[in-house]
Design a binder for this molecule. Structure first.
Ligand code: FES
Ligand code: FES
Length: 165
């Protein structure tokens, strides 16, 4: 197999389209394949490593981010799909009350799934500030936790709901 010369590799990267992204309220321009999953771009190009790579197949929720406020799987969403949209990662999550509820209930164990859990929870409480037990179960069911922190996640969301009066 021919190995591309550095000049050819440079030509290839120059040939990549220029993509404009808005992430956590900041504008970025990337020369990248529009089909690249945003998870790769966030972690490997932009250094936003708070969003985790779990299964890479849309099954675990570790990579959950928001696109225009909706939770999506960053491993299954391409750069072209977020053009002109607002992308929010765990680094830009502004719901301090939710983070406080997480801390008060000592939710994380190993922590690996927690960015995705928080992003799904934040989308839930934006839509339903006082979520019912059923709404919590439905919204959080796609986020897996190998450490079994589910009862603490539910308790944190229920105490958040109580604070909402
Ligand atoms: S890494 Fe995206 S859903 Fe598992
Ligand atoms: S806290 Fe360890 S996987 Fe969820």
């Amino acid at each position: 197999m021919a190995i591309p010369s550095s000049e050819a590799a440079q030509d290839q990267s120059l040939a990549m389209p220029s993509l404009n992204l808005t992430i956590n309220g900041r504008s970025f321009t990337l020369n990248a394949d529009p089909n690249m999953p945003i998870l790769w771009a966030l972690r490997d190009i932009l250094g936003l490593t708070g969003t985790k790579y779990g299964c890479g197949a849309g099954l675990c929720g570790a990579c959950t981010v928001h696109v225009d406020g909706q939770p999506v799987r960053a491993c299954l969403t391409s750069l072209s799909q977020v053009q002109g949209k607002q992308l929010t990662t765990i680094e830009g999550l502004s719901n301090q009350k939710l983070k406080n509820a997480w801390a008060e209930h000592n939710v994380p164990q190993c922590g690996y799934c927690q960015a995705g859990q928080l992003m799904s929870a934040a989308a839930l409480v934006t839509q339903h500030p006082k979520p019912s037990a059923e709404q919590i179960d439905a919204a959080m069911s796609g986020n897996l936790c190998r450490c079994g922190t589910y009862p603490r996640i539910k308790a944190a969301l229920q105490s958040y709901a109580k604070q909402e009066g």
